[in-house]
Structure formats: structure tokens, C-alpha cells
Design a protein around this ligand. Structure first.
Ligand code: NAP
Length: 339
């Protein structure tokens, strides 16, 4: 085979899921639905589950009509026994081998910490943490047997920064972030990679209208405006990243949280320092144009630390926020992604 042809065929293999098997939990709606389609579109045979059998059957028919290879069964992931049955069925369907496990299904609750009941806390931890942890344990022999295993968790920016009125959900997602690192280290020897995708707001129906307190939702509006792209994401914008992490092309990526770190610089209050780099210097020069009345150089250099970082002081933060809003309004979306 000519060298050029060889490299094309190797590229095609690196960017394909042909012949691979995948389990995506909660694939009938929202982000899970998009992930099923994305993985199937790359050639994987996918198994999915949800609690609503009628809806699941409808989805399976839709996917069959689209030419995707998708199977599924009803399962309430909050039940330990049903999780065990699910993995037995998946094992039988895929001959004891699984390449991809996407732990997507979860529940959310927007409530102030003082209003969470014991039952709220229990349901969240059971669905969002205990269930994916147990599914990983059950799927481990299957992932190992495939010799090319991949776990992707769907976490949330809430697991990294303190968003309003979402404490129990946030704690469950923070635990998932840590689990990602532990499993990545424990199971790399078995050729299993483990990563997490952590979006901010995505257009789905995870929150039921009757559970939404408008005064809490209002608190999210300015936060959303302060993200670099300053809009809610579509499920397909999350599923593409999940698919990438599952591809052989991502074979050296494990224990990571793409889509999380540094993507929300303006709302990362725990980020004490900004490193001075070329991008920051360019942005500061631009800020000077947008806010000519402000002596940005003085403001920044006043807070320069001896090691060349800038103190993350609130005046700078507020200025940056105004600047982001101004640039979003005047110059389109997706600004300062690299700060
Ligand atoms: N939407 C966002 O803004 C956002 C932001 C960051 C992270 N996330 C994360 O993204 C993931 C997907 O969320 P989404 O917004 O796509 O949610 P969604 O639209 O509510 O879909 C959730 C899916 O999971 C299934 N599911 C829920 N609980 C289940 C259970 N106990 N057993 C089996 N299946 C269950 C649902 O089907 P049934 O209800 O029929 O069982 C559905 O198919 C979650 O991990 C969520 O935390 C979402």
C-alpha cells in the first residue's frame, strides 16, 4: 500500500467507532439522546436505557428508521438490582465486551440548601453518584475484555464552581469529577480511559417547569452572560465532545475534564490568579480601546505579584465582566476563550 493511502486508512480508523459497542445511560432525551446519535453516527452499536418503556420504544424505532444500530431496555438506575440486570443484558447483547460507557443519566434540583429534604439529598446521590459508580464497577470486566475501554461521565460546571441553589447536585457532580481521576489512574493498566464532560446550561428538560423557582432562575441569567460564548448550549454541542473522547484519536487523553477548566474564567471565583500570557496582553490592549477612560495598565500592574501573576481582585473582575458584555454585544460571541 502506498504511504499516502496507509496514512489515510490509519486516519480513518482513528476517527471512527466502527465495530465498537457502547452503553449510554438515559438516551431517550436531552444530552443522552444526542450522544446515542453521535456514537451511532460514528459507527458504534449502542445500548441505552431509561425508565419510560413507551418512550424508549419510540426512540428505538426512530433510530432504526435512521439506520442506526441501537438497542435498549427500561431500567431505573436508582435500583441496585435493576443496574445488575442491565449490565447482564448488555453483556449478553455485546458478547461480554464493551468499548464505551457513557454515564449520562442524572437528576437535578434547583433549591436553596436550607430547603433540601433528606429525601432530596438521598435521591440525588443515589441517581447521580451511587448509580454511575456501581455501573462502572459492573461494566469493568466488559470494558477490560474489549481491550479498548472508555468511560465518559457527564458532570457539570456546578461540580467545580459554586452556582446558586444547587448544592446537593453540585456535590454529586464534584464527586464524579474526583472519581474520573481515580478510575483513570486505577484502570489505565487495563486499557480503560476515563474522562468527564462538564457543561454549563444545556437546552434540555432536566428541570420540570413545576420545580422551577423564578427567583433562582433569575440568579443564573447574569452568570450565563458571563460565560465566553454567553448562551445556552445545544445537546449536540456536548455530544460531539463525548464522541471525540471515545475515538481512538483521543487515545492519550484520560483523567481529564475538557470543557471545564478555564472555559468559565469570569465565574471561577476560586481562581485566584490569572497568568500573564500573550493572549491576556492582547485582550488587555483591547480593553484599553473599549474603556479608554480606565487606566487598565495601572490597574493591572498595581496587582502584579512578584512571580508575574495578576491578583484576581474584584475591581478587575468587574471590569472584565463589563468588557465581556460589551464585546459580546458589539463583536459577536466566543470571546476571550483562552484567559
Ligand atoms: N441540561 C443541563 O443544563 C445540564 C448541564 C450540565 C450537566 N448536565 C448533565 O447532563 C446529563 C443529562 O442531562 P439532560 O439535561 O440531558 O437530562 P434530561 O433531558 O432530563 O434526560 C435525562 C435522561 O436520563 C434518563 N433518566 C433519568 N433518571 C433516570 C433513572 N433513574 N434511571 C434511568 N434513566 C434515567 C431520562 O429518562 P427517564 O426520565 O424516562 O428515565 C432521560 O433519558 C446529566 O448528567 C446532567 O446532570 C445537564
Amino acid at each position: 500500500m502506498a504511504k499516502e493511502e496507509q496514512s489515510r486508512s490509519s486516519r480513518e480508523q482513528r476517527w471512527s467507532l466502527q465495530g465498537m459497542t457502547a452503553l449510554v445511560t438515559g438516551g431517550t432525551k436531552g444530552i443522552g439522546y444526542a450522544i446515542v446519535e453521535e456514537l451511532a453516527g460514528f459507527g458504534a452499536t449502542v445500548y441505552t436505557c431509561s425508565r419510560n418503556q413507551a418512550e424508549l420504544s419510540e426512540r428505538l424505532k426512530e433510530w432504526e428508521d435512521k439506520g442506526f444500530k441501537v438497542k435498549g431496555s427500561a431500567c431505573d438506575l436508582s435500583s441496585r438490582q435493576q443496574r445488575e440486570e442491565l449490565i447482564k443484558t448488555v453483556s449478553a447483547a455485546f458478547d461480554g465486551k464493551l468499548n464505551i460507557l457513557v454515564n449520562n443519566a442524572a437528576m437535578s434540583l434547583l433549591k436553596r440548601a436550607s430547603d433540601h429534604s433528606g429525601e432530596d439529598y438521598r435521591r440525588i446521590m443515589e441517581t447521580n453518584l451511587e448509580s454511575p459508580y456501581h455501573i462502572c464497577q459492573l461494566a469493568y470486566p466488559l470494558l477490560k475484555a474489549s481491550r479498548l475501554g472508555n468511560i465518559v461521565f457527564i458532570s457539570s460546571v456546578a461540580g467545580r464552581i459554586a452556582l446558586p441553589a444547587i448544592s446537593a447536585y453540585a456535590a454529586s457532580k464534584a464527586a464524579i469529577n474526583q472519581l474520573t481521576k481515580n478510575l483513570a489512574c486505577e484502570w489505565a493498566k487495563d486499557n480503560i480511559r476515563t474522562n468527564t464532560v462538564a457543561p454549563f446550561g444545556v437546552r434540555t428538560n432536566i428541570l420540570k417547569p413545576e420545580d422551577i423557582d423564578p427567583s433562582i432562575v433569575e440568579m443564573y441569567m447574569p452568570l450565563m452572560a458571563r460565560t465566553p460564548i454567553a448562551r445556552i448550549a445545544e445537546p449536540e454541542e456536548v455530544s460531539s465532545l463525548v464522541a471525540f473522547l471515545c475515538l481512538p484519536a483521543a487515545s492519550y487523553i484520560t483523567g481529564q475534564f475538557p470543557g471545564q477548566s478555564r472555559r468559565y474564567p469570569v465565574v471561577e471565583y476560586d481562581n485566584t490568579y490569572l497568568t500573564v500570557n500573550d493572549n491576556l496582553v492582547k485582550e488587555l490592549a483591547y480593553m484599553k480601546e473599549v474603556f479608554p477612560e480606565c487606566d487598565i495598565a495601572r490597574l493591572v500592574y498595581r496587582h502584579l505579584t512578584p512571580n508575574g501573576n495578576i491578583s484576581w481582585v474584584s475591581c478587575f473582575q468587574h471590569l472584565l465582566h463589563d468588557y465581556v458584555t460589551a464585546r459580546n454585544n458589539n463583536f459577536g460571541p466566543n470571546i476571550i476563550p483562552t484567559l
